[in-house]
Design a protein around this ligand. Structure first.
Ligand SMILES: Nc1ncnc2c1ncn2[C@@H]1O[C@H](COP(=O)(O)OP(=O)(O)O)[C@@H](O)[C@H]1O
Ligand SMILES: [Mg+2]
Length: 240
């Protein structure tokens, strides 16, 4: 397993946001963490990224116990729901950010930024500023910025939530293709069942801080194991 969460618990002022959460993701897999708003999805990503500490339980990444390892040492890239690009930096500088932090050489940074601009099909837009981009373009830049330091794990928290429905569909196909091409292990958070089913090889369903079911999209649709899953997924919708 590339990522493992073992019996993770987390409370905020007595409210249990993660309740004995356990799951594993194999290398190269794209997992979707699917659940209603407030079910504890972001909390899990934040603990993986080292932005929050679990009260108990273990987090393993690439065979290493990372509970006490600072986030910037975990080899993780993060894409947030609302782009979070640096407004006063060009596209190229946004992408270069993580490499600058790592104090990479100028030539290496330039080469990597060009490679990533090409990957996201924005070769000619490196000098633009975020406000000169569409929502979809901004999210592609956010994706490139997260990938730049070659993380082993990519976390995406509702990356398309702020984008309108038509572009969102295009973008999720694009993302699936990109992630397949780069071959990076990723966890994609969404509250949209269709998005989860289309994008992921493995779906982890969470409700009220507890994992309800883990399986392939097919297994989840055809063999829901709990009442919650069968209601939430509207399983009949997928049988034609
Ligand atoms: N820093 C915090 N302080 C207090 N409560 C929090 C904090 N972060 C999350 N919560 C609570 O934990 C629950 C799960 O939140 P979250 O993980 O953000 O859910 P999701 O991403 O699935 O919408 C929510 O009820 C939320 O209000
Ligand atoms: Mg959230």
């Amino acid at each position: 397993m590339y990522v493992e969460m073992k019996e993770i618990c987390k409370t905020f002022d007595g409210f249990q946001a993660s309740d004995h959460v356990s799951f594993g993701i194999e290398k190269g897999q794209m997992a979707a963490l699917l659940g209603p708003s407030g079910s504890g999805k972001t909390t899990i990503l934040r603990m993986l990224a080292g932005l929050d500490m679990p009260d108990s339980g273990d987090i393993m990444i690439n065979g290493i116990l990372v509970n006490d390892l600072p986030g910037n040492k975990r080899g993780i890239g993060f894409v947030f729901q609302n782009y979070a690009l640096f407004r006063y930096m060009t596209v190229a500088d946004n992408i270069a950010f993580g490499l600058e932090v790592q104090k990479k050489g100028k030539a290496e940074i330039k080469e990597r930024v060009e490679e990533l601009l090409e990957l996201i099909s924005m070769e000619d837009l490196g000098k633009r500023y975020p406000h000169q981009l569409s929502g979809g373009q901004k999210q592609r830049v956010a994706f490139a910025r997260a990938l730049a330091p070659r993380p082993g794990l990519l976390l995406l928290d509702e990356p398309f939530a702020a984008i309108d429905a038509k572009v969102r569909r295009e973008l999720r196909n694009w993302l699936k293709e990109m992630i397949g091409r780069v071959g990076i292990t990723s966890i994609f958070v969404t509250h949209d069942q269709e998005e989860a089913m289309e994008v992921a090889n493995q779906v982890i369903i969470i409700n009220q801080g507890k994992i309800e079911q883990i399986g392939t999209p097919k297994e989840i649709c055809f063999h829901p194991q709990t009442e919650f899953v069968s209601d939430f997924i509207e399983t009949d919708r997928w049988i034609v």
